[in-house]
Design a binder for this molecule. Sequence first.
Ligand code: XIL
Length: 342
Amino acid sequence: EPVTLRNVYKDAFYIGAALNRFQIDETDSIMAGIVGREFSSITAENEMKSMQIHPTKDTFNYEYPDKFVALGEKHNMFIHGHTLVWHSQLSPWIRNIEDSTEMAEALKSHITAVVSRYKGKIHSWDVVNEALNEDGTLRKSVFLEVMGEDYLPLAFKWTSEIDPDADLYYNDYNMANPEKRAGAIRLVKNIMDKGVKVDGIGMQGHWHLNTPSLEEIEKSIVDYASLGVKVAITELDISVLPNPRDLVGADIGQNFDNSELLNPYTKGLPDSIQVKLANRYTDIFKIFLKHKDKISRVTFWGVNDGQSWLNGFPVRGRTNHPLLFDRELKPKSAYDSIIALK
Ligand code: XIL
């Protein structure tokens, strides 16, 4: 069997990638080759978000979601659905609802349409995405404002009624942060206490070279799993650039900022940082392997550096290098290190 991520991690957990619409299209055959060879799971980076898939009450864009599912089936992959209830990239027709009954009907009809279309084909769903503040309290989203906390158990209940076999996840970022972790545990317990099932917790994994700490990552995996749910790393990428919020006096506006400070690696990643990135991935994957009985899937948020959303977030116009394949689609030393662990 060829030595690929997908093959060497087969006995541990699925290895996934998020695909954008160009990658779903498979117009670039080199990309299609990498995706099919290296990954055993896929997530649509944007195409199944409500704004894309259900832009108005009576219209659906199923072209790319259908192609995405077909691609996963062609490569015999575990296909993950992202995401049913999220305040961001939310369809305006849902965002503008002010009445609680109307909001419940809208969410239920959205979930019913999308989940039933892919029943038996999409194997797990991010039912609710990013419902928490950093301090672990519930985010004041339009869902919370209009429906109160009930939207959480109801979203999971409706999804499980449509596809009882799909694994249902609560997904969020900064999930290794202790206060947010406590909040996520409360959130999931509250849903379970209502007799509604939650199958998994997704830690997005938009991490940095030094944060979060390995201890907090490991503690989070262990604590989440102790609820009796699966743990997935759902959106893994490791930024090699400074977080503008940490730079005193830096312009953290959304404007292009080509300063050395914010964007130091425009001409390529120096060897020293390449090594740091490989070591960081190694340390993190050692934890994942140690807890492979708890982890269902590790998905990278993209395939190659050139395509990563981190070139535009949290400031536009950056040159980031967070993934396993570089801008020429060549595997980086981080890729070799992860393979070598097995
Ligand atoms: C990002 C996509 O990668 C971008 O292309 C898009 O412009 C914005 O959304 N948390 C999530 C993902 O759950 O859906 C986000 O994806 C990244 C943060």
